[in-house]
Every structure is written in structure tokens, then in C-alpha cells.
Design a protein around this ligand. Structure first.
Ligand code: NAD
Length: 514
């Protein structure tokens, strides 16, 4: 958490202690950063994929060596407990790099494609060419993972990167910069610009070749608009309001453990956290009792054995407060945690006790807007159809989960949920599997990364067709004289109910001779 512009003093939101001082990147540097990035990209792209992957491997091994130091840095900068820094921010990056090391050569290699019969004599391929200088703008909630995965993906694909980490967690930004430097990446290949939204806007306006943005819907729309003006391709990874649907035949003990972890991990500051629980009416009270008991047993603090750390960003606490107040005014009941009036109004330490809201409904902000805090509203439902309608009644569509022992029912519901991911009898799992695509539906974003397209999005996908060059002409080239009727006959013979191969060959030879 930073305090001021120019020289930043960085404070820990968990302890309130100053943890670092650092310099903001000056606006005047932006053109030079891109100049350097464009220059470096040419030689970086000229390296073989193997050579680029060797740099990534070096980075991965350095990260493995520095795990504890990194966990400490992330925990200090965000207020999250060290276990979460390690398991949910550091490990996914290491796993992501290893996945890239294993798959990049295959996914970036020239792909052979079928060529239709009427294009006789050619061969077809898809090539993946790096886009150039990629801008990666990232948020504060998982400051390592959400910057590093797009950065290393863009690099593996042969781009140079300009990274703008969140100003809310600047210490992690500086840490990442140091990691790349120590891993020996060539000068200019990865550059970090440290600053806030003004710097982000300058970097966006400076016409990068691609923008990879992770953050709020509000900023996503601003960046999307700017990108559209210059026709800069963009991926937008935005917010969520993820539903968890629990049917009466679910393993309730497991579902309750998942609900509180999925709702309260990282103090609920997770784009794909559980933000709404729908429980079938016959088990609603039993489930509410279970999650209450389990929530009350959680330990909150800054030690390595604690479960829940502090919030990261003071402004986020205001949003949580407004959602709780709105819900209570509209009749919800606060089952755990404190009323906003009782919160410690200390700007330096940001602990919020986890809050369960019963009696919640879709008139409340806590159910319709992204809260991004340790708040779990719970709502009963009666039928499968009602559960699906409630879950889909949202402008967001990032993630969801379905809980039942009836896998046919789970499958039926999964097919109807308008979300980028569905976890069955699990929460948040999909993001940890780099084989699967990650991204949102509706206002949760545009585009996907991870999965086999995780590197390809950072490439121009180029269609290549090769002809041996033998032969003077092609049938569809000039002159057209007398060709029309023969083409009609050829296409009817080819595309008709049954392909008439003899007539088709005759038509083809006839046109060739014209
Ligand atoms: P934010 O939109 O406020 O900021 C994100 C980044 O954008 C920061 O680096 C910020 O400096 C920069 N920025 C802000 N305004 C800008 C502008 N006009 N031009 C260029 N850059 C600008 O988001 P946040 O508060 O840091 O993050 C929380 C949000 O991110 C939540 O909504 C959360 O759901 C979302 N999120 C999404 C994902 C995902 O993968 N879908 C992951 C994590 C977080």
C-alpha cells in the first residue's frame, strides 16, 4: 500500500509499518520505454523459442530459490497471510512458467491445416508471429500472479513487455522487476513502469501493439475505449460476482468448507471468489449453521498460522461497508462479523472480520455488485431452474460452482451457466489448471488466457498457403470467358447431395483448359 506520489513510502496494510521507499516512473520516460521495448523486441523475437524458454526457466528456478522471501514481500505489501501468498500467488506463477516451458514449442510452432480439394496443389499452415511491444496492466489482489503470467506468456511468444503493476502494491512491482533483472533477461525485453492510473493511461495512449489488462470493469471500459480508437487488440480480465449453487444432495461438510474458503480467502479480494451462495431451501438452515460455525473458528491476523489476513486497499473497505449497510437496510441479517459502525477506522491496518449475510436478495448491492471483500450473502432456492436463473441474474460472468452428488444434474446446470468457468463440487480450481482457458463472460471481460491459446493471443495468427509455383495459372484466375457454366456444374457436382467424382474431374479439366 503506498502513501504518496514521487518518492513512495510503502506501508503494510496488516501491520501499518513502513516496508519500503521507492521512486515513481516519470511520465517523460514513457516514449523512451517504448522505444527501448521496440528495439529489444526485434532481437528477442529472433531468438529461437528454446532460447527464450531458457530465460524463463532461469526465472522459474530463481523464484523457487526465493519463495520465502517473495511470500514475505507479498504478505507485507498486501496484508494477505503468507500461506496465501505462497499457495495462491507464487505457486501459480511457477506452475505457469513450467507449463509454458512444456507447451510453448508445440503451441507456437507452425500448424499444418487441411486444404480443400478445390485449392488443389496448395498446402496450408498457420504461423504465430509476435505482436511487438505488449503492455501488461495488473491489479493489487494477486500482484505477482496477475502480472507475471501475462508477462511470461507474452515473452515466450517473442514480444517485449512493458509492465505497469498496481500502485496499491508497488513493493511487489519492484520485486518482480528485480527478479527479471537477476534472471538476466536482455535489456529492454521486460521493463517496469511504476505508478498509478495516470501513468497507466499514458502507457495505454502510447500505442502498444497489444494490451493485456486485469482490473475493474470501470477501468476495463476506459482501456477498451482507448484501445478501440487506435484499434489496439486487447484482453480484458475484469471483475466477478460468482455464484455457488448448493443442492440438497451435496456433501454439505465439503461445501461449507469450500464456501468459507472461496468467500474469505485473501479477505474476499479475489476476482473469482464466491460472492453469492444459493442453497436449496431444505438444507438452507443447516448449511447456514455450518458456515457460521466454521467462520467463527477462523483465525485472523498476520502470523504464518493465521487463516485470514487484512484487506489491502482502504478504498475497498468503503465499498464493503456500503454493501453491508445497503443489505442491512433492506432486511439482511449479519450472522458473523461486525457492523460497519463498529469497524476500527484505522487507515493503516485493514482487518475486516468475515461476514455472512442471511436474508439476502437480489435488491441488494451485496448480491448484485462486486463486493471484493470478506462477505458471503446466502439465499435459499426451491428448484433447479430457479437456481440457474438466480445465478445468471448478474451483469458478471467470471466463475461459478455447482454442488451436488448427481453429476448429470451438475452437467445440466453447468451447460446453462453463463460464466467463463464452472467448478463442480469445488471452488476456484479451474484457474490453477493452466491447461484450461481463463476469462469471463458478460462484463467479466473479453478474451481468454491460459490454455493452449495463452501464448497465441500474444501473436498475429498468420494464414500461410504454399503452392509449388509450377503451372502457369489457376482455374479461378482470368480469363473468365466460358467458365461460368462449368464452375456451376463443378460446384453442384462437388457440394451436392452426393459428390459425383467423375463429372467433377471432367469439369475441372475442362476449366483448366479454358
Ligand atoms: P483497477 O481497475 O482500479 O486497477 C487495475 C490497474 O489498472 C492498476 O494497475 C491501475 O493503476 C490501472 N489503471 C487504473 N486506471 C487506469 C487507466 N485509466 N488507464 C490505465 N490504467 C489504469 O482495479 P484494481 O482495484 O487494482 O483491481 C481490482 C479489480 O480487478 C476487481 O474488480 C477484480 O475483480 C478485478 N480482477 C480481475 C481479475 C481477472 O482475472 N478477471 C483478476 C483479479 C482482479
Amino acid at each position: 500500500m503506498k502513501e504518496s506520489v514521487g518518492e513512495w513510502k510503502v506501508y503494510s496494510p496488516a501491520t501499518g509499518e513502513e516496508i519500503a521507499r521507492m521512486q515513481e516512473t516519470a511520465a517523460e520516460q514513457v516514449p523512451f520505454i517504448y522505444k527501448e521495448a521496440r528495439k529489444a523486441q526485434v532481437s528477442w523475437a529472433a531468438f529461437s523459442i528454446k532460447k527464450r524458454l531458457a530465460f524463463l526457466k532461469k526465472l522459474r528456478l530463481l523464484m523457487v530459490e526465493r519463495m520465502e522471501e517473495m511470500a514475505e514481500a507479498i504478505s507485507q505489501d498486501t496484508g494477505k497471510v503468507k500461506t496465501e501468498a505462497l499457495v495462491a500467488d507464487i505457486m501459480p506463477v511457477i506452475e505457469g512458467i513450467r507449463h509454458i516451458e512444456k507447451t510453448a514449442e508445440k503451441n507456437l510452432a507452425r500448424q499444418k491445416k487441411a486444404t480443400p480439394l478445390l485449392m488443389f496443389g496448395r498446402k496450408s499452415y498457420v504461423d504465430y508471429m509476435p505482436r511487438g511491444a505488449v503492455l501488461v496492466i495488473s491489479p493489487w489482489n494477486y500482484p505477482l500472479q496477475l502480472a507475471m503470467i501475462p508477462i511470461v506468456s507474452a515473452l515466450a511468444a517473442g514480444n517485449s513487455v512493458v509492465a505497469k503493476p498496481s500502485e496499491v502494491t508497488p513493493y511487489v512491482g519492484v520485486y518482480m522487476e528485480r527478479l527479471f533483472r537477476e534472471a538476466g533477461f536482455p535489456k529492454g525485453t521486460v521493463q517496469f513502469a511504476h505508478g498509478g492510473k495516470e501513468l497507466g493511461a499514458l502507457l495505454t495512449n502510447a500505442k502498444p501493439d497489444y494490451i493485456f489488462f486485469t482490473g475493474s470493469v470501470r477501468t476495463g471500459k476506459i482501456i477498451g475505449e482507448l484501445a478501440a480508437k487506435e484499434l489496439i487488440p486487447v484482453t480484458l480480465e475484469l471483475g466477478g460476482k460468482d455464484p455457488m449453487i448448493i443442492f440438497k444432495d451435496a456433501n454439505l461438510e465439503r461445501a461449507a468448507n469450500a464456501a468459507i474458503w472461496g468467500g474469505f480467502t485473501n479477505s474476499g479480494q479475489v476476482c473469482m471468489s464466491v460472492e453469492r451462495v444459493y442453497a436449496e431451501r431444505t438444507i438452507y438452515l443447516e448449511f447456514l449453521k455450518l458456515i457460521k460455525e466454521k467462520t467463527l473458528s477462523l483465525r485472523q491476523g498476520a502470523s504464518v498460522d493465521d487463516d485470514i489476513g487484512s484487506m489491502t486497499f482502504p478504498a475497498q473497505r468503503e465499498i464493503v461497508s456500503s454493501h453491508i449497510r445497503d443489505a442491512l437496510e433492506k432486511g439482511a441479517i449479519l450472522e458473523t462479523g461486525k457492523y460497519p459502525d463498529q469497524w476500527k477506522l484505522d487507515e493503516k491496518t485493514l482487518f475486516l472480520e468475515p461476514m455472512i449475510l442471511s436474508g439476502a436478495d437480489h435488491s441488494m448491492k451485496a448480491v448484485t455488485e462486486e463486493t471484493f471483500g470478506p462477505v458471503l450473502p446466502i439465499i435459499p432456492f426451491d428448484t433447479e431452474e430457479e437456481a440457474v436463473n438466480l445465478a445468471n441474474d448478474s451483469k458478471y460472468g467470471l466463475n461459478s460452482s455447482v454442488w451436488t452428488e448427481d453429476l448429470a444434474k451438475a452437467d445440466r446446470v453447468t451447460k446453462q451457466l453463463v460464466t467463463g468457468a464452472v467448478n463442480i463440487n469445488d471452488v476456484l480450481g479451474t484457474v490453477a489448471n493452466h491447461e484450461l482457458p481463463f476469462g469471463g463472460a458478460k462484463q467479466s471481460g473479453i478474451g481468454r488466457y491460459h490454455g493452449e491459446n495463452g501464448l497465441r493471443i500474444f501473436c498475429h495468427e498468420k494464414a500461410v498457403m504454399i503452392h509449388s509455383g509450377k503451372g502457369k495459372t489457376e482455374i479461378q484466375w482470368y480469363p473468365y470467358k466460358k467458365k461460368y457454366d462449368s464452375f456451376l456444374s463443378l460446384f453442384k457436382n462437388y457440394f451436392g447431395r452426393r459428390t459425383n467424382w467423375i463429372n467433377l474431374i471432367k469439369d475441372y479439366i475442362k476449366i483448366r483448359k479454358m
